[in-house]
Design a protein around this ligand. Structure first.
Ligand code: WQD
Length: 338
């Protein structure tokens, strides 16, 4: 019996595969390498001593993907594969809806055909849109402000409707807050294509001298220092949440939703300071205008994951920055092209 990890060569996927292999799970990765590199498999093997079975395939090619189910006894799925850049989704909505929704529908069709009825889905706090208050709980209103977020919400609803139609399904939906950091080995980490949209990959590159300064998008928010506050969570804590969520979905039919955050908010300037201390390098910044669509504060109420999954974040902002600095130091250009 194997676990299929779609997008398993990606940032969160690879860290989750490492944790799954470390507890003896049998893993099959399906990844089209559109936002990842095959050398990640070598890094996973170096860390764990095990090399997961790998299929380079696109979820939009259902015949190719069916080989995975024909050739392996897939018991459950952890579904990471999907495009995830907010700005790009606004510019290319059709590409996002086709890739993320059609790809997921193909995956669900194969799961039903082959009787794999347990899935953990990689969702996002973006489904809460502009929350009225913080901390955010799972019963907060859902709304989205961009096509990327809409695809996440649509997939949540597709999975919910599948559970209504077939009571044998067990589905855990994980709503990530802001995943950052890297594995303590420094061998796997975040490797965004092009200029990073997100804060920490940009900060780490400023400290490394790749970029001249960080643009702080607004210092006039209603927050302690005026800059945006987010719930940053160590990617290894997030990876471990998937193991707890899989266990829960195996034991509980139906669908349930979990915020995966620390419950603590840090501002942009607090992150800059923490990264400078962790890396021993300065991070130059300039205050810039607000980024359209940004909200002042966003952090989780993580209680439900603790109560039902028995999971809570263990690593602090210092660990996140230290591990990211080690990854950046050892991989200044990210993963090498094969
Ligand atoms: C964090 C803070 C920015 C870059 C996004 C997606 C979300 C999820 C996580 C996928 C904000 C500020 C950032 C920079 C800055 N992705 N910032 N200068 O926007 O909270 O969430 O990534 O699921 O869907 O929306 O993360 O890292 O982009 O921004 O000042 O160069 O850093 O304004 O306050 P965000 P982020």
């Amino acid at each position: 019996m194997s676990i299929l990890v779609t997008g398993g060569c990606g940032f969160i996927g690879s860290h989750t595969v490492v944790e799954l292999l470390s507890i003896g799970e049998d893993i099959v990765i399906l990844d089209n390498l559109s936002n990842s590199k095959e050398c990640v498999l070598d890094r996973i093997e170096t860390i764990t001593g095990k090399r997961p079975k790998f299929y380079k395939a696109d979820l939009l090619d259902i015949d190719e993907c069916e080989k995975v189910f024909k050739e392996n006894d897939i018991e459950s799925v952890i579904h990471f594969a999907g495009f995830k850049a907010v700005g790009e989704s606004v510019a290319k909505p059709m590409m996002y809806y086709h890739n993320n929704i059609t790809g997921t529908l193909n995956l669900c069709a194969l799961m039903s055909k082959y009787g794999a009825k347990t899935i953990v889905f990689s969702s996002s706090a973006t489904v809460y849109g502009m929350p009225k208050s913080v901390p955010i709980s799972e019963d907060f209103p859902l709304s989205t402000t961009n096509p990327y977020g809409e695809t996440k919400l649509m997939i949540e609803r597709i999975l919910s409707d599948i559970c209504v139609s077939d009571k044998e399904y067990g589905v855990s939906v994980l709503r990530y807050f802001n995943p950052i950091g890297a594995h303590e080995s420094g061998l796997i980490g975040e490797d965004p294509k092009g200029i990073p949209n997100n804060l920490l990959p940009y900060v780490s590159r400023v400290a490394a001298g790749i970029y001249e300064h960080l643009s702080v998008f607004g210092d006039d928010y209603d927050t302690p220092d005026g800059t945006g506050v987010r719930d940053y969570i160590h990617v290894v804590d997030l990876a471990k949440a998937h193991l707890c969520a899989l266990d829960y979905a195996r034991k509980n039919k139906g669908i349930d939703y979990f915020n995966v955050g620390t419950g603590n908010g840090y501002s942009v300037l607090e992150i800059v300071k923490a990264y400078e201390e962790a890396s021993g390098k300065p991070v130059k910044y300039k205050i810039s205008p607000r980024r359209p669509g940004d909200i002042a504060e966003c952090y989780a109420n993580p209680e439900k994951a603790y109560k039902l999954l028995g999971w809570k974040a263990e690593k602090g902002i210092e660990d996140m920055c230290r591990d990211l600095a080690r990854w950046q130091e050892g991989n200044p250009e990210g993963y090498p092209d094969n």
